[in-house]
Design a protein around this ligand. Structure first.
Ligand code: SAM
Ligand code: SF4
Ligand code: SF4
Length: 368
């Protein structure tokens, strides 16, 4: 099947920082009164998997133009921007990608970020999302560098199905080994994310729950999303989280738990027998835009205000153009204060960009 090549970059302008300087106060809010608390940083657009719902091989093939190294933000640039975001109120940083563990010497970046402190002097919640393939090898050095926790993606326990879904012939056993090694290294509590695609891996819901029940890892089920423009998303392939809870509850009785924080995306359920909890992230059937406090920094330094945005703000252009920290802080403040994104609440309506919109950025570029 021949498919179009999806352009990675959009045509965003360098942000405006003219006029009155906006000193960081930690109190920034957007037009929907949402504070800026989380920053996801994509450290590479490359990946050693070709998950069918994220980087389908017919699009991300050998002709696909990944970013050249010079386009990537350097560790110094990432740290500098992160420092300004933290001054503006960011308390949690998640490194993602692509596959973040493919970025050479990622531990050096973690060491730098682990030294950042909130204006109140607290360390950040510093975490990373990985496909787990390199985790067994890297867990200890990540922990030593100062990483707080990891989230590991795993879509099936059935090895043949998992290999089909990652489309790169990676074995389940390697990911499970990575999870156990990370637990032993103290990168816990570990979260395990499973994207549920109805008709593809929904038969794995109960086996996955059984496997991780009592393990100390928190399994979370994510509704398959229409992110990007290349995965051929269809609503009929979304299994609503309510069904996930029902299916697991039929085997292992569950009861609802309170959210840890107002901005928590997962709804939590505890096993009644006290053997841990699961989470469901209902990105499609129960939009949580009202409490979305996340900014995303792409691999090449563009700031995105929503996972479904069609354009970003070129912070790399700003810093490579010689802007001072104060000017960067002012630009970020202006951008966040103008934010009104709430795609999931508008999904399907005329004002939302459609999945056919080839300008919509890919998950592997801005990170999940
Ligand atoms: N490569 C790393 C990994 O897979 O964990 C980090 C990047 S990946 C883009 C981040 C998360 O996004 C993963 O948990 C992945 O399963 C999820 N994801 C990717 N495409 C998705 C989609 N269409 N719907 C829901 N989740 C998706
Ligand atoms: Fe790679 Fe993660 Fe996307 Fe899978 S979900 S293709 S592992 S970036
Ligand atoms: Fe946040 Fe956009 Fe997702 Fe809504 S759709 S929760 S605004 S990232």
């Amino acid at each position: 099947m021949s498919r179009r090549i999806i352009p990675l970059a959009d045509v965003s302008a360098v942000p405006d920082f003219s006029g009155v300087a906006a000193s960081p106060s930690g109190l920034l809010t957007d037009t929907l009164v949402r504070p800026l608390r989380d920053l996801r940083i994509s450290v590479t657009d490359r990946c050693n998997f070709r998950c069918v719902y994220c980087m389908p091989r017919d699009v991300f093939d050998k002709h696909y133009q990944f970013l050249p190294h010079a386009a990537l933000l350097s560790f110094e640039e990432i740290e500098r921007l992160a420092r300004v975001f933290v001054a503006h109120g960011v308390e949690k940083i998640r490194l993602t990608g692509g596959e973040p563990l493919l970025r050479k010497n990622i531990e050096f970046l973690i060491e730098r970020l682990a030294l950042l402190r909130t204006p109140e002097g607290r360390p950040l919640d510093l975490t990373l999302t990985t496909n787990g393939s390199l985790l067994a090898r890297k867990a200890q050095s990540l922990k030593d560098a100062g990483l707080s926790r990891v989230t590991v993606s795993l879509d099936a326990l059935d090895d043949a199905l998992f290999r089909r879904m990652n489309d790169a012939d990676f074995a389940v056993a390697d990911v499970l080994n990575g999870i156990e090694t990370a637990q032993a290294a103290g990168l816990d509590p570990i979260k395990v994310n499973m994207v549920v695609k109805r008709g593809t891996n929904d038969q794995e819901i109960v086996p996955m729950a059984r496997h991780f029940k009592g393990s100390g890892a928190v399994l979370r089920f994510i509704e398959y999303m229409d992110v990007g423009a290349s995965n051929g998303w269809n609503m009929s392939e979304v299994l609503p989280s309510a069904h996930v809870v029902e299916r697991i509850g039929a085997h292992f009785p569950l009861e609802p738990l309170e959210a840890h924080t107002a901005a928590e995306t997962a709804q939590r359920w505890a096993y009644r027998d006290g053997s841990g909890e699961i989470g469901v992230i209902s990105s499609v059937t129960r939009a949580f835009c009202d409490s979305c406090t996340r900014a995303r920094l792409s691999t090449e330094g563009k700031l995105y205000l929503c996972l479904f945005a069609v354009s970003g703000h070129d912070l790399r252009g700003l810093i490579r153009g010689g802007a001072s920290d104060e000017e960067v802080a002012t630009a970020i403040a202006r951008i966040w204060e103008a934010r009104g994104d709430r795609y999931s609440q508008l999904r399907g309506s005329a004002s939302a960009p459609s999945a056919e919109d080839a300008r919509r950025v890919e998950m592997s570029y801005i990170g999940g």
